[in-house]
Design a protein around this ligand. Structure first.
Ligand code: URA
Length: 186
């Protein structure tokens, strides 16, 4: 049977495949344009996201919004999701088995949206979606081709809150992403 957004959302909300389902307030499914050409994929919900049910609404999300605004990408035009749909306690890194349980939801989102570009927000997402030995400091901003997708990674906005000196590199990467998007949309 063909997949649908309704079925996917229902499967995600009722998921009890890993321990994170026991501590979540909300399943943080994803948000944005279901016909987006570009998809941003973070790591896992934090506290604000767990409480609201929407990805990237806390401090890191507000910083992401500033970078989108700076390069003239409208948040309404993109789709934003995470590798994990439930919050790990105390925002610890996702465990490999939690990612394994959850990754099919993201795969189904990608199949429904079919974006042209995927942007990994941070190393956890890049290690899962680009390659396991991805080094964010060396390889951010590099383009990879995976199936039909062009995929790149940028610093996670939460890292930029801790290390603002890296914001200039982030801005350059985001400008290149906007240029690639415009090129593909022409
Ligand atoms: N960090 C993430 O990786 N995802 C969110 O949704 C919020 C913070």
């Amino acid at each position: 049977m063909a997949d649908s957004w309704e079925k996917l959302l229902e499967d995600c909300r009722s998921c009890e495949a890993c321990q994170l389902s026991k501590t979540r307030t909300n399943c943080v499914f994803g948000v944005g344009n279901k016909n987006a050409d570009i998809m941003f994929i973070g790591e896992a919900p934090g506290e604000s996201e767990d409480l609201s049910g929407t990805p990237f609404v806390g401090r890191a999300g507000q910083l992401l919004d500033k970078f989108l605004f700076a390069v003239d990408i409208d948040r309404e035009d993109v789709y934003i999701a995470n590798i994990l749909k439930c919050r790990p306690p105390k925002n610890r890194d996702p465990l490999p088995e939690e990612e394994d349980c959850c990754i099919d939801f993201l795969r189904r989102q990608l199949l429904l949206i079919q974006p042209k570009i995927i942007v990994c927000l941070g190393r956890i997402s890049a290690m899962r979606l680009i390659k396991p030995d991805f080094k964010i400091t060396k390889e951010h901003g590099i383009w990879f081709k995976k199936g039909n997708y062009l995929i790149t990674a940028v610093y996670h906005p939460a890292l930029l809150l801790r290390d603002p000196r890296r914001k200039e590199e982030m801005l350059e990467d985001m400008k290149a992403i906007k240029a690639k998007l415009s090129e593909l949309q022409d």
